[in-house]
Ligand binder design. Sequence first.
Ligand code: ATP
Length: 236
Amino acid sequence: MAMLEIEGLNAWYGASHVLHGISLAIAPGEIVALVGRNGAGKTTTIRSAMGLMPKATGSVRFAGTELLALPAHARFRMGLAYVPEDRRIVPGLSVRENLQLGLVATDGSIDERRAIDEIAESFPRLKERLDQEGVTLSGGEQQMLAIARAMIAKPKMILLDEPSEGIMPVLVEEMGTLFRRLRDTGVTLLLVEQNVEWALRLADHAVIIDQGEVVHRSTAAALLADKAMQDRYCAV
Ligand code: ATP
């Protein structure tokens, strides 16, 4: 059974109809890269999966359960997490407090102190800065914090919107290593990326969206080798 299965998804911003029947399926424990040019509908697709669009129709199933009628927090409790493009690190809160926010919507069964200790082991740069204000971190460290906050409640799947954007190469490489490690522990990842080559090297499968429709599905390796397809649909 697919971890996430989207079928015939349509979505609107007000009267503007931006997704036109998106279908895609992601198997448990794989990384899928969702690519396409600016405005193609990638962010809207993951916002729809998370329950953050004002109007969406079709089907979004998570581990077999239909999500479309459920609010975002219910989807989160089922094990679906989201790292938005703008990271949403809360000003005035320390790194530790920002991490604690990742536990607020859980059912209370997670030991907070232990969860923070554990997550800090995976993010040495955060471990050294737990008591520093989150927004004083570098852009890349803030992105790591946003990812750590999404991971702290041990989701089954994480939707990531352009995690590598504006981040220095050494941290992008670290992030790639982290994502591979997450996959190895069985976490499923959907990665929206403009850094197409990097995403395709990481991913198992790839999906291209253009003008609100899926125009290509293949293994990531096949798309990596197909420069013409990348140029046609992914050129900025
Ligand atoms: P980007 O990489 O630029 O974020 P994207 O592929 O993620 O591109 P979306 O952000 O999903 O694209 O946008 C899909 C379409 O919806 C675009 O035509 C965009 O202009 C439109 N859109 C996005 N956000 C809004 C909004 N808040 N209100 C109205 N239209 C929007």
